[in-house]
Write a protein that binds this ligand. Structure first.
Ligand SMILES: Cc1ncc(COP(=O)(O)O)c(C=O)c1O
Length: 475
């Protein structure tokens, strides 16, 4: 580690000079371009021990400013080898993501301008670009045209907003007095854990989140939901919220949204549809049916930072009830009042006051690829997942744990759990590929997700070789 202090005398109280900025900017862009040209030059998976970096870096921050050269050297030598590289064609764990070049360039501008989209007045074009981009995506996904949309950091915060708005509808007095403790939310066994977290944060209580049984295809059973709602009503509880998922985390199952929406309407529940992962596929006409019934939802989330090539973070939250959302979240602080009549102040619709200019990167990416470009990328990912799924299905040593319909392949060894765990360990051991796991049908299952913009057929073929060689090492 270098300690290349700039000066021993004068503290550095001005920003970097424009000349130095140009110089370092060029070098950094060059570094990024080299990285993007072929990330395969780096292992995807960090192989380091907990605490390792903390031992290598000073425990206290520097008293004096340091040179950019020293900072960048340490980035390359100390930080980079200890990163698991998500923006990498061999990243198949969790859900793969992509920071595409137009998104990266937009992030530069976002940081340079550092505007805050809290109020229309605080940066008019940031607010209006947010309205425009969310309405473009709304149209591409075939969502109801009257829905209100906004950009948030994560699907986790989107569902928190949905829970709070639903709570406002079910118990308007709760905003002032707190919840009655009788509200009940319904999820499936496969719903993402962010919903339970939101219920905890919103004071609904973990005990009041009911996991509803799923069928053999990992889809919520509407009849089990109906039964649970009836049981809660008999017990004087207040069913108020349910989640249907389009593309569950473990297996990309699609809950029967229309049937769940009917039940929610019948009993006055707020239905939130979680399309964080699967929602983007509705851009493809042949996949739009995965969102059938979504028009019966009260809110919906999709993450362009998952399958729409937008860098983390960018999550789109839509609702049919913006007035309720606003009544749940708005507070009149004198210093935030403006005279911009008729304009939207997004801070009134969620928890965050300071809001990054995420619309800019979404706009760059949507314009750069266009709908047909994004559709082509999604189709290619579906194709590669299906290719790997077919290889696995055709090999008697393996079984597919779920159909590889979206960009995810879930598989295990027929030999059993220990062998499957060992297989995953050895696929990941070299650091060349990264796959993750889940449990389906109470059995340990390996997940291999497609979704990085740089993943090509040759990468998936190499992954298949890595899987088979891990089982049967060459002599
Ligand atoms: C189906 C689903 N919903 C919600 C989330 C949470 O997303 P975020 O990380 O944006 O909070 C995930 C994360 O992978 C997910 O798979």
């Amino acid at each position: 580690m270098t300690h290349d202090y700039v000066s021993d005398i004068a503290p550095r109280c001005h920003d970097m000079s424009p000349e130095d900025f140009r110089l370092h900017g060029k070098l950094l862009l060059e570094w990024i371009a080299n990285y993007l040209e072929d990330p395969r030059q780096y292992p995807v998976l960090a192989r380091c021990q907990p605490g390792e970096l903390q031992r290598l870096l000073p425990a206290a921050g520097p008293e004096k400013g340091e040179s950019m050269e020293a900072i960048l050297d340490d980035f390359e030598e100390l930080i980079l080898p200890r990163l698991t590289l998500w923006n990498h064609p061999h990243f198949h764990a969790y859900f793969s993501i992509s920071s595409s070049a137009p998104g990266i360039l937009a992030e530069l501008l976002i940081a340079a301008l550092d505007v805050n989209a809290m109020l229309w007045k605080s940066s008019p074009a940031a607010t209006e670009l947010e309205q425009i981009t969310v309405s473009w995506v709304l149209e591409w996904l075939g969502l109801p045209s009257a829905w209100f949309g906004m950009i948030v950091d994560s699907a986790s915060n989107a569902v928190l907003q949905a829970v709070v708005a639903a709570r406002q509808r079910a118990e308007p007095e709760c905003r002032a007095a707190g919840s009655s403790g009788r509200l009940v939310a319904y999820v499936s066994e496969h719903t993402h854990s962010s919903v339970e977290k939101a219920a905890i944060a919103a004071g609904i209580g973990q005990r009041n989140v009911r996991p509803i049984a799923a069928d053999a295809g990992f889809r919520m059973k509407p009849e089990a939901l109906a039964q649970a709602i009836r049981a809660d009503l008999v017990n004087n509880m207040k069913p108020f919220f349910a989640v249907a998922t389009v593309g569950t985390t473990s297996s990309t199952a699609v809950d029967p949204v229309a049937a769940i929406a009917d039940l929610c309407r019948e009993h006055g529940l707020w239905l939130h549809v979680d399309g964080a992962y699967g929602g983007s596929f509705a851009i493809l006409p042949e996949c739009r049916h995965w969102l059938d019934g979504v028009e019966g939802a009260d809110s919906f989330v999709v993450n362009p930072h998952k399958m729409m090539m937008v860098p983390l973070d960018c999550s789109l939250f839509y609702t049919a009830h913006p007035a309720l959302l606003r009544s749940a979240f708005s507070l009149e602080a004198e210093y935030l009042k403006t005279d911009a009549a008729g304009a939207i102040d997004f801070m009134d619709y969620g928890l965050a006051l300071g809001r990054r200019f995420r619309a800019l990167k979404l706009w760059f990416v949507l314009r750069f690829f266009g709908r047909d470009g994004l559709a082509a990328i999604l189709r290619e990912n579906l194709r590669m997942a299906a290719w790997l799924g077919e290889r696995i299905a055709a090999d008697a040593r393996f079984e597919l744990a779920a159909p590889a319909t979206m960009g995810l392949v879930c598989f295990r060894l027929r030999q059993g759990e220990d062998a499957t765990r060992e297989l995953m360990r050895s696929i990941n051991a070299s650091g060349r590929f990264f796959v993750s796991h889940t449990v389906l049908d109470s059995r340990f299952t390996i997940r291999a997700a497609m979704g990085n913009i740089r993943t090509e057929q040759r990468d998936v073929e190499q992954l298949w070789v890595a899987i088979t060689e891990a089982l049967d090492p060459p002599e």
